[in-house]
Design a protein around this ligand. Sequence first.
Ligand code: GLA
Ligand code: ZN
Length: 716
Amino acid sequence: MGKMNRRNFVGASTAVLGAAGLRLPLWAQLAASGAASLSVPLLLGADYYPDQTPEPLWEEDARRIAEAGLNNVRIAEFAWVLMEPSEGKFDFDWLQRSVDILHRNNVRVILGTPSAAPPPWLTVKYPDVVEVDEKGNRLHPGGRRFTCPTNATYRRLSLAVATEMAKKFTGHPGVIGWQIDNEFTLGSSPRCYCDYCKAGFQAWLRTKYRTLDQVNQTWGTNFWSQHYSDWAQIPVPLPSGGDPNPGLALDYDRYQSFANASFLEEQLAMLRKLCPKHFVTTNNIGVPYDLIDDRELYAKLDFVAFDNYPGFIDMLFHQQGRTGSFLSDAIPTTVAMQNDFGRSILRKPFLVMEEQSGKAGQSSFSPQPDKGQVRLWSYQAIAHGAMGINYFRWDTATSGAEEYWHGMLNHDRSKSPAFDEILQTVRELKSLGPEFLHSDYEADAALYFDYDCSWAVKIQPGHHQLNYAEQATSWYGAISPSHTGIDIVGPGSDLSPYKIVFAPVVYVLSEVQADKIRQYAKGGGFFVTSFRLGVKTETSQIVRQPLPGYLADVMGVTLEDYVPVYAQNPHVKFSSILAGPEAECGIWADILKPSSAEVLAIYNSGQYSGKPAITMNTFGRGKAVYVGADLHPPDLFRVLGTFAGAAGVQRAIDVPAGVELTVRKSGSRRWLCVLNHKSEVQTIRLNGSFRDAISGTTHRAATEVPRYGVLVLEST
Ligand code: GLA
Ligand code: ZN
């Protein structure tokens, strides 16, 4: 594809589509009006490592990448030492030659800034850039992502090499954009406890609280005589013979997320100045990985880029001893949740910067994806709102820690098992075209995910097995079979577009957020939440009123008690709209005392036998449901599915288990994306006639979806 950026692509397609009287999706109208961020061409490419490839192979690589139909590569994100062999001595000749070769072969370049892996000369000369872990031990160079996000020297040196790269390539016609650093959330770096971070934390607290009195009052530091009379006395939460003050610990998690986001923003500000025509993003992974607030990290970037390795997740689950039927649902569900989060952060299409293309792993690795699975995983991301896919990686490294992270080419540079499948997928995605790839995503439901709740539950889980991200993932898994489309929202999000909002374990709740939920329910929304609701204020103090605190009126209940369950799990007996088989309560039970709410289930054994476990309150024109008992699949599926139905959520078509359905739309056009995650043919029932935009075939009534098959159906 000739040099095309979103501005002239959108310009061109606006003319075409305008002529055809078709309305563009919201963001494209914004783009056309110049309101949206920088231009983003169609991105279907690979992650390429000329820094790890003998130069004589570069021409051949560029030619084969282009012949494969790939239109861009991401390069250099781990090539600091080649770009700056010694401090202040920069050498970009090799990179210039590589970018020129790629450009000559019509392959565009996304450059990565290299601050995820500093050269040895840097860590030897400045050893204190290396982070200190939660035990107070300084890590060691040798891996990657081991540096302190606060350290001024590391920030200066990271910015310096990135600035020299920007100066060098701002005008290169082959360069289209930037990836800052690499996967901020991974490795150990998202939490550093060094003295620079302590000083940074103290400065951050001064900005946030202004006075020490405010800090002492907010954290309640009279407890254990932790009252601070000087900012420099405030510690970081390192081992100290007792648990840290929860207010301090929560603020420290917030500080570390801020420190990483501001590290990124230093480089972003420079790129905005020096490379105004280039888009800028960073690649990361989303919930349930939660060490850094991705909403903060991506706030000023042009689009979200996520990395996607379903096979690796499969291997991780195996390593956790989780096997069998659990996997066949858990993997596509976990990946779907990641994708939905990638889209929801900036509420627009996202890029998969790294898509698994072969056996994945470092010291141990996952099996070869089955034939068709790499294509399926690519379409799953697209079906959830991705606008482009880059495959990791073009070739397979023959040295280094990731020699077994297999790419599109094998070690001997022959085609890997999924090579042709990837080419087919790229051809098909190109034929689906930009209006589809940049179309909006249809979601009637939302899952509420709040980093503060995740961090605060980690600091004080109440039950050692209570994990917020796991609860959010199992709730996502329970609602996704209703195939309604799920946005992942957070504090501050507008809830009004959704028929139903699911919000498990809203442990930290501000009055402002409580009022948003109140207005949502009052206005007709269906709000479903669970145990540990509203226990903590945003300053991590426990509310001084009957639980669920600020939302007692909306939920129409207060709590008689809250109970971590370790044995003799109480039974839960359902009634009314939830009538059905009894369930076993898991690790937690909130004992509810209705003031106005209807009882939908009671505990049916144990100390609180007969007491309400699940209630539903009519509030204004809406409903507010309190699921006080920790429920597991399949009970959770049944219960949350019932509420989705009661909220009027409907799926576009019926699909069997193991088949996923999402809807993308642009103006009056709607595409049903059908994904078969099973290794055997599945049959779906269509109401009406649909044309598959991939194959051009028309389908009616009973339609077969091949194993790992994909349909993109547009009604005719
Ligand atoms: C991540 C990183 C890459 C590489 C791949 C494979 O997503 O961003 O650098 O490590 O995984 O491990
Ligand atoms: Zn630090």
